[in-house]
Design a protein around this ligand. Structure first.
Ligand code: UD1
Ligand code: CA
Length: 456
């Protein structure tokens, strides 16, 4: 049985007070609408159509890679009218599921349940029961508990307003029947809108048995109208992600202070201290520890690694047992071998650093191939850029670079070479030798400090 998904996203989002369309605001680093598109994919939608609002061209252009049809609803005439705009894109599917671009946390399992439970009938409805149902459409049932219709809060009588079962807005309907019902929906109501919810009364009038299902949590069906609700759902989502990690064997010191914007995979016994932000795809090996205030983006941290406080690691790989930070920055293509140490105020870009090498303080290493067991003194800089081109530095196994050295690339430092502190190295330094490039120290015999002339 093929399923089509229509996602309504034509709302103005006035209360966001934003130049960005509401459904493009990020939750866990991805646009709200992206979450809904993912849910549609997860339920195996054969076709997806997003209804976006007038002037909202930024929506399809931002999500141009999504496999869906885009339909502009030029005038916002109501949810029923909006779904109608999407029906031409639904040809060929048997049933249509309606979702909302500003309801990002809907669970595919809930949708699957709704779709399965209503498989034998033409209309399924996701409802929930709220202590305070104000504002929502109410589900009116007959004495036997069968759904009769849904009535919008604004159109409801006092008796109907006392009903606590409300419409989440999410429905699944037989496509052809839906087309027929929508054709019969009018706008004779308080808001002068074509209500999607009116199809419920039309269906029961046609003798259709309306089946309802409920979500596991209210957050699943919570819509976002302003930045306060956005922040609330963000925290809820982050909490759940953290709980998922903890259940699988990760220690999170404070699950209220972690943000996963992408995917984080941890092997067992990883410890994550507070204020970690992960972006893109991050993998952390067994027993690794991440100190407070770190940003990890698209990187791989090996087993047993210790990342100390305040590090930024992006597009990098850190080998098993290495120690990084505090205050280190690993940039794209930094590749640290086993047991390396990269210390404070060190920046590494596009460089391989082999096993056991140490770059402990105040250093920039760029476009470098470094062997094993190298020791880089404090304040060493690879001068990799001449203003036009980038050049490589090669440092052999076991080399020792004295503090405050400038390695002017392209340059090779041989294996076991020692470079005297304060050198500016512009030519290759041979293996196993001491190379110095600095002014010789002299002491001037009998020199005396000038003294001020006494005033007359
Ligand atoms: C709707 C339901 C209500 C339900 C509530 C749950 C209707 C008539 N009412 O009310 O029963 O309890 O959701 O939150 O469906 N939209 C469009 N084009 C339009 C109108 C709306 O794309 O012409 C989109 C909006 O962007 C929004 C969604 O549909 O994301 C819901 O529209 P809204 O007008 O806010 O309906 P509610 O009053 O919330
Ligand atoms: Ca709404």
């Amino acid at each position: 049985m093929s399923l089509g998904v229509v996602i309504l996203a034509a709302g103005k989002g006035t209360r966001m007070r934003s130049a960005l369309p509401k459904v493009l605001h990020p939750l866990a680093g991805r646009p709200l609408l992206r979450h809904v598109l993912d849910a549609a994919e997860a339920v195996g939608a054969a076709r997806v159509c997003v209804v976006y609002g007038h002037g909202g061209e930024m929506v399809p252009s931002t999500l141009a890679d999504a496999e869906c049809a885009w339909v502009e609803q030029a005038e916002r005439l109501g949810t029923g009218h909006a779904v109608q705009q999407a029906l031409p894109a639904m040809t060929g599917v048997e049933r249509v599921l309606v979702l909302y671009g500003d309801v990002p946390l809907i669970e595919p399992e809930t949708l699957n349940r709704l779709v399965a439970d209503s498989a034998e009938t033409a209309l399924g409805l996701l409802t929930m029961t709220l202590a305070d149902p104000t504002g929502y459409g109410r589900i009116v049932r007959d004495a036997d508990g069968r759904v009769l219709r849904s009535v919008e809060h604004k159109d409801a009588s006092d008796a109907e307003r006392a009903i606590t079962e409300v419409n989440t807005g999410i429905i699944v309907a037989h496509r052809q029947r839906l087309e027929d019902w929508l054709g019969r929906v009018g706008n004779d109501n308080v808001q002068r809108e074509y209500y999607l919810t009116d199809v419920i009364g039309l269906a029961t009038g046609d003798g259709v048995d309306v089946v309802t299902a409920q979500p596991e949590t209210l957050e699943e069906v919570a819509g976002i109208n302003d930045r306060i609700q956005l922040a609330e759902l963000e925290r809820y989502h982050q909490r759940r992600t953290a709980e998922c990690l903890m259940r699988r064997g990760t220690t999170i010191i404070d699950p209220a202070r972690i943000d996963i914007r992408g995917t984080l995979e941890c092997e067992r016994d990883v410890v994550l201290d507070v204020n970690l932000i992960c972006e893109g795809r991050v993998r952390i090996g067994a027993g690794a520890r991440i100190g407070p205030n770190c940003l990890l983006k698209d990187c791989e941290i090996g087993p047993g690694v210790e990342v100390l406080a305040n590090c930024v690691i992006e597009g990098a790989r850190v080998g098993a047992g290495a120690r990084v930070g505090p205050f280190a920055r690993l940039r794209p293509e930094a590749d640290l071998g086993r047991d390396c140490h990269v210390g404070n105020f060190v920046e590494i870009k596009k460089s391989q650093i082999a096993e056991g090498s140490k770059v402990n303080h105040l250093t920039y290493i760029g476009d470098t191939e470094m062997g094993r067991g190298v020791n880089i003194g404090a304040g060493t800089i690879t001068c990799n850029y001449d203003g036009a081109n980038k050049h490589r530095t090669v440092i052999g196994d076991g080399a020792f670079i004295g503090s405050n050295t400038a390695l002017v690339a392209p340059v090779n430092i041989g294996a076991g070479a020692t470079i005297g502190a304060g050198s500016v190295i512009v030519r290759d330094a041979p293996a196993e030798q001491l190379t110095l490039a600095r002014g010789r120290q002299v002491t001037i015999e009998g020199w005396e400090r000038p003294v001020k002339k006494p005033k007359v």
